[in-house]
Design a protein around this ligand. Structure first.
Ligand SMILES: [Zn+2]
Length: 256
């Protein structure tokens, strides 16, 4: 049986809040905390008590509720040690390579700069889970706001090397728009066609397209597939490096 019960729910315009709960120990973590009232309400409905907050990066749509939730619950706040803007009420500053345990489960911190300079990812290898914030989305990736394209590619490359069965929770529901762009750069990819169809059906019913898995994204997400001959042909970069192909895809998506 899985150790954790996971509750994901939409919050703000297109963010997801995620709660990670261990019924055996009663420990509960929120992954990012945009809105203290919404997250507090979800906790009360389930009878869960918040013990930890895992912050991925400093943006307000991931941190605005952190201080209030900590004040209400006494939860321990984990977050990047060195993001551009300090994380509110931070108790446990983390850097890539850091390891700790949450409710008995191993957690490894992965540095993933690019969207913000200090963005981190929480990987729970025994539980096949990763909380990737705004670095990787289904069929897309985060905007490169603070770091360089090269840094963002290195971050995505380290995520795509996680085991394929790793379940990925992301910060936003952007999959439908991502699918439309992805089909323009790799229209012949059958896994992408199938995923785009599935996503269209899910979003027509306002259902989430997340979580996803590393394996599914490796098959369909162009931002994890710069080696694809079709993508390289479509963008006219047959001999470029993976990092250069990634950067061109990201620029095109910015303009899309
Ligand atoms: Zn962000």
């Amino acid at each position: 049986m899985a150790r954790f019960e996971i509750f994901q729910f939409p919050i703000l315009a297109d963010n997801y809040a995620v709660l990670l709960h261990d019924a055996a120990t009663g420990q509960t973590a929120a992954i990012d905390a945009a809105d203290a009232d919404a997250i507090g309400g979800a906790l009360r409905e389930r009878g869960w008590t918040l013990t930890d907050i895992f912050v991925t990066h400093h943006h307000g749509d991931h941190t605005a509720g952190v201080a209030a939730l900590k004040q209400q619950s006494g939860a321990t706040v984990h977050g990047p040690a060195a993001d551009t803007v300090p994380i509110p009420a931070l108790d446990k500053p983390l850097k890539g390579g850091a390891r700790f345990r949450f409710s008995g489960a191993a957690v490894t911190v992965i540095d993933a700069p690019g969207h913000t300079s200090g963005h981190i990812v929480y990987h729970l290898p025994e539980d096949h889970l990763a909380f990737v914030g705004d670095v990787l989305f289904s069929l897309g990736c985060g905007r490169v706001i603070e770091g360089t394209m090269g840094e963002m590619w290195t971050s995505l490359d380290s995520l795509r090397r996680l085991p394929p069965e790793t379940i990925i929770y992301c910060g936003h529901e952007y999959t439908l728009a991502n699918a439309r762009f992805a089909l323009t750069v790799e229209p012949g990819n059958l896994a992408l066609q199938k995923r785009a169809e599935e996503v269209t059906h899910l979003r027509a019913k306002s259902m989430p397209t997340l979580p996803t898995t590393i394996g599914a994204e490796r098959a369909a997400n162009p931002f994890l597939r710069p080696e694809s001959a079709e993508i390289r042909k479509m963008i006219g970069m047959p001999a470029a490096t993976d990092a250069e192909v990634f950067a061109e895809l990201r620029e095109r998506k910015n303009r899309a």
